[in-house]
Design a protein around this ligand. Structure first.
Ligand SMILES: [Fe+2]
Length: 242
């Protein structure tokens, strides 16, 4: 699994009419788009020459944005752009049948990125799609500032309630809720499923949730009554609770 953060400038366009998607149309929480086999193959062959996002970040970002925008079907790009601007489109997009690199290495035991990987097809898809939504970035205190986080379970950390664990459910949370500079979007790319294919990935549409709450309940939730603690890692990095 790979994860990436991105931020976009929010403008009044957020509520504007765009393409064929109008404010009166409600979409499911997760909108699915299936990439056909021919497009998958084409995308893969173009992205095989992507520079490394780990050692040539700027070259990689420019390459992946240009290629993804020019290779993806127009309706896929329109959907991504609408996701950014139309508040009724739902809280998640799912793209299926995206390409993977050949010879994916074994899942590492230590949760670290495999350095011998030769091509960056999955990375280029992830950064290309994400740049249609906004600017991608990382934090210096997370994964040594890398913009793509390679996430895999760590041996002997199975019970950890974090991205290092594999037996406990990681509960619903807002990404970096304790931090002022939060991402607008999170993009995930699944490289290898669990053996039994039991794993699930759940999302909540907050606007749907809010529709079920009274005004008073929403006001209470907005009041400064709640604290989200900073993870230990950050408290150490910044020498204070953020
Ligand atoms: Fe998270």
């Amino acid at each position: 699994m790979k994860k990436i953060l991105s931020n976009a400038l929010r403008t009044s366009f957020r509520r504007a009419y765009l393409g064929s998607l109008t404010n009166s149309v409600y979409y499911p929480t997760i909108y699915t788009f299936l990439i056909n086999d021919e497009k998958r193959k084409q995308l893969k062959s173009v992205l095989l020459s992507a520079p490394s996002p780990y050692t040539k970040r700027e070259e990689h970002l420019l390459f992946s944005y240009q290629k993804v925008v020019s290779e993806l079907p127009l309706d896929a790009i329109a959907l991504l752009r609408s996701f950014k601007t139309n508040p009724n489109i739902g809280s998640a997009l799912l793209f299926k049948n995206l390409p993977l690199d050949d010879g994916l290495p074994n899942t590492p035991f230590d949760g670290k990125r495999v350095v011998c990987k030769k091509s960056f097809v999955s990375e280029a898809c992830l950064t290309g799609f994400s740049q249609v939504l906004g600017d991608v970035y990382g934090y210096t205190h997370e994964k040594e500032g890398e913009i793509i986080h390679n996430i895999c379970p760590i041996k002997n950390q199975e019970e950890s309630i974090s991205n290092e664990g594999s037996k406990q459910q990681l509960h619903f949370h807002t990404e970096n809720a304790y931090f002022e500079f939060r991402p607008d979007y999170l993009s995930f790319y699944c490289l290898r499923p669990d053996h039994e294919r039991n794993a699930i990935f759940s999302v909540i549409d907050v606007s749907e949730l809010l529709r079920g709450l009274s005004e008073a309940e929403i006001e209470t939730l907005k009041a400064p009554l709640f604290r989200v603690p900073t993870p230990d890692l950050l408290t150490k990095a910044y020498r204070k609770v953020l």
